[in-house]
Design a protein around this ligand. Sequence first.
Ligand SMILES: C[S@@+](CC[C@H](N)C(=O)[O-])C[C@H]1O[C@@H](n2cnc3c(N)ncnc32)[C@H](O)[C@@H]1O
Length: 445
Amino acid sequence: MRKPPRRNGGQIRKGRTAPPAPRIVELEINSVGARGDGQGHLDGEQVFVPFTVAGDRVLARIESRRGDGLAASLIEIQEEGPGRVTPPCPHYGRCGGCNLQHLNDEAYAAWKRDLLVTQLARHGLGEIPVQPLVRVPPSSRRRATFAFARSKGGAMIGFNARASHSVIDLERCLLLEPALVALLPALRAMLAAVVPGGTGGDVVVTLTEGGLDVLVEAEARLDLFDREKLAAFAETADLARLTWRRPGGGFAEPIVRRRAAEVSFAGVMVEPPPGAFLQPTRGGELAIVERVLAAVGEATILADLYAGCGSFTVPLSRRGAVHAVEGEQGPLATLDAAARREGLAVTTEVRDLARRPLAVHELVAYRAVVVDPPRAGAASQVAELAKPASPKGGPHTLVMVSCNPATLARDLRTLLEGGWRPEDISPIDQFPWSDHLEAVAVLRR
Ligand SMILES: C[S@@+](CC[C@H](N)C(=O)[O-])C[C@H]1O[C@@H](n2cnc3c(N)ncnc32)[C@H](O)[C@@H]1O
């Protein structure tokens, strides 16, 4: 047994910032942390070991410092904890997509919901009721960004390996819609034929009502022969749409549009721009929409902030007039076109809500507001919402949708201090077997 660190401030600090000596240790895993790694203790320090569950006894190699603790790699499981199962995916352990397939379903669901509970507690919000975890079925993810690498021998396409830029050449995936997995061999052959050796890039594939929508982001300068190959690929794979963009987010060049790459929001067809944000699963989207509509209730003058292509705006417009605000022109233009065509009570505004959030004098117009920011959260907009309401009125319902429990908890804290009363939060597992979690919080004032 090692001696515990000496309780003398200076020495402990020094010891805890220096790189640890590489060594092999025996550990008992006590819990699984927010990033999905098991946690044990060694000489009073926390040790993070990937691919482990509570109750495992393991041999691990101490590799480096991680925050206040130590990062270790797993060498051997000596005794299995009760929540362990055999991971079902052949790529588990190497693929960076799913790092929690070794947890049994019960242990996994409890851990996932706890990600939210822990973040709330950390911000002094432990009183907010957290609803049961909403699950989405396997093989239901309709949108994926694949990485590819073109080597001498051909092309590899899949997800990045864990903590690495190398590409796992994907054969199976338990999360994706089967149509996305089935496209991989044809994508591989197309990339090998068109993209220069030694380069790489991304391919965003979305399953739409019209079929598969593919956006390739790669360095290749396309000549006439390349375009012919791409058109043949789109034909053979029966794509709805194929678009090409050089890396860096420049012009997205339409190569082929065989059918409209549309999605349905509450029965209204909208054609998102290539690569635009969509909720990753249809089931997850419907679960969020259901909660948003229930929270908004009878309110009829509504604002949907960070609206994207209108996943929430369109269903909300069945209830009342909706003002949709979004930072990107492209998604909002497609929403606007659909709203005009269908005569929906929707107005749109392109606006950077981080720099120019809706101010109190603007918020006064709405009875309910939905906010669905990116992972960084909505600090500026939430600061406005937290200011004292105008005597002329203002929203009495606020729905915060988030894919990051940490920034959600931070934003909820600000709102609570501004007089908002959180009613409840629903965790929605749109990203199974990963450490990502979606949540919908309802607040009243
Ligand atoms: C999580 S997505 C939600 C989109 C939509 N609510 C949905 O469910 O499909 C976040 C959206 O915020 C937009 N966004 C990111 N930063 C923004 C900003 N500073 N101002 C306005 N919109 C922003 C993104 O373009 C994206 O459409």
